[in-house]
Write a protein that binds this ligand. Structure first.
Ligand code: FAD
Length: 467
């Protein structure tokens, strides 16, 4: 048996949590190895998550614009879909991004150890390579960044090309005639939008009586209306209890969530997108006495699970988002290096990259009401924003919620084109403890959509003026 290779920090998982941790550790002069079992770095986000989904969202949005919007502004074209090329372009971007992480590893002296990592005791990780060979690493600190996987739906087995998860839905070889999406969360609605734009008839089945839980309900209603107008159908308050794959496609058994007669929906492809769950299979947590909660989450205290053992990203508490994993990573490594590290999950923005986009940060109105917080609200529609009007993109609005007494901003909610870009200013304002008056009295360039955020903040003060 050879001696273990020793590092200051060994990170298990090379997604946005793991790779940012590795890079930050390298920057701080710590010797660091990152164990990743995929063929490429970047985790779910770069390989089968954020990036390929955004590539398809962008391409399909342009295809739809070419089909429906171009003629209105005087551009006549006859668009034809080349799905193979769309996938090739997506794959090319993904490869460039994952190679970019490899480059950053080299630049920051972080070592990528390819294989599956298993904790075998305090401070030791055994890595099994694809060929079965094993190496042992020792570390002063181990960081668990193993991420998450799609949650399966009981009674609905995955069948390649027919009943798929998000990974399958990112690479369908042909546009399905009928696509049924189970789950009206962000991933289901983004991928449902992609295939609808490319020609599929899309029905979304959701257990709850509303779409996108977690989104301000006022915004969720407006968002559902926008998606319905685009041709997406919704079956809310409905429970999927079983599926049967036939030559013709997939038969789904659906019942009202409140009870009642079952019905059968048929589609060519079913996308199951009911959420994601932490991934800890074969990680050896039992060897260090670590237990997960009943949803499989490893719970840390300021990322610390036990002496010398840390956890970040999707596998721990907080929103399952790439930028949250990145913040966790930096905070955890800085704590390991003896510095201060903290992440405020209330200030992690959420974005749905559909058209229009929906983005928000802080509290929803529903939460403020439930918590009994006295608040003021200002709202401004894009139909009154000059840039949105000129671009014929007037669906949606910006809403600012502020404390009724102190005027401190409590939440900002935007539905509109590029809402994901606009939410950044709200995050900054809130991180600085800003008041709605701070946004209202800050000059925003004209004509830009961000003026809608300023106008909504002015609405809190009662002096919105642009129309
Ligand atoms: P992951 O990215 O899941 O990385 C974990 C890595 O650990 C994986 O590569 C895995 O192979 C590896 N691993 C696990 N166990 C071991 C082991 N024992 N040994 C070695 N390696 C191991 N988030 C956003 O913020 N914006 C978006 O637009 C967005 N879009 C998404 C779209 C889709 C379709 C999906 C599925 C997700 C999306 N997400 C998005 C969520 C985002 O991908 C995750 O929040 C993010 O990837 C979490 O990062 P992580 O590092 O915690 O885990």
């Amino acid at each position: 048996k050879t001696a273990a290779t020793a590092y200051d920090v060994v990170i298990i998982g090379g997604g946005p949590g793991g790779y940012n941790a590795a890079i930050r550790a390298g920057q701080l002069g710590l010797s660091v190895a990152c164990v990743e079992m995929r063929e490429t770095l970047g985790g779910t986000c770069l390989n089968v998550g954020c990036m390929p989904s955004k590539a398809l969202l962008h391409a399909s949005e342009m295809f739809e614009a070419a089909n429906t919007e171009f003629a209105k502004i005087g551009i006549e074209v006859a668009p034809k879909l080349n799905l193979d090329q769309m996938h090739a372009s997506k794959n090319e971007s993904v490869t460039a991004l994952t190679k970019g992480i490899e480059f950053l590893f080299k630049k920051n002296k972080a070592v990528w150890i390819k294989g599956k990592g298993r904790i075998t005791g305090p401070g030791t990780v055994e890595v099994e390579a694809a060929d079965g060979s094993k190496t042992t690493l020792s570390a002063k600190d181990i960081v668990i960044a193993t991420g998450s996987e799609p949650t399966p739906l009981p009674g609905v087995d995955f069948v390649p090309g027919k009943v798929v998860d998000s990974t399958g839905a990112l690479s369908l070889p042909a546009v399905p005639k009928k696509l049924i999406v189970v789950g009206a969360g962000i991933i289901g609605l983004e991928l449902g939008s992609v295939w609808r734009r490319l020609g599929a008839e899309v029905t979304v089945v959701e257990y709850l009586p509303r779409i996108t839980p977690g989104m301000d309900s006022d915004l969720a209603t407006a968002f559902q209306r926008a998606l319905t107008k685009q041709g997406m159908s919704f079956k809310l308050g409905s429970k999927v209890t079983g599926s049967k794959v036939t030559d013709a496609g997939v038969e789904l058994t659906v019942e009202p969530a409140a009870g009642g007669a079952a019905e059968t929906l048929t589609g060519d492809v079913v996308l199951v997108a009911i959420g994601r769950r932490p991934y800890t299979t074969g990680l050896g947590l039992e060897t260090v006495g670590v237990q997960t909660d009943k949803r499989g989450v490893i719970v840390g205290d300021h990322f610390k699970v036990a002496p010398g053992l840390w956890v970040i990203g999707d596998v721990t508490t907080g929103p399952m988002l790439a930028h949250k994993a990145e913040e966790d990573a930096v905070a955890a490594i800085e704590l390991i290096a003896g510095k201060a590290g903290h992440v405020d999950y209330n200030l992690v923005p959420s974005v749905v990259y559909t058209f229009p986009e929906v983005a928000w940060v802080g509290k929803t109105e529903d939460q403020l009401k439930a918590d009994g917080v006295a608040y003021k609200s200002g709202k401004f529609p894009f139909s009154a924003n000059s840039r949105a009007k000129i671009n014929h993109e007037t669906d949606g609005y910006a809403k600012v919620l502020a404390d009724a007494v102190t005027d401190r901003i409590l939440g900002v909610h935007i539905m509109g084109p590029q809402a994901g870009e606009m939410i950044g200013e709200a995050c900054i304002a809130m991180a600085f403890g800003g008041a709605s008056e701070d946004i209202a009295r800050t000059s925003h360039a004209h004509p830009t959509r961000s003026e809608a955020v300023k106008q909504a903040a002015m609405g809190v003060e009662g002096w919105t003026m642009q129309a």
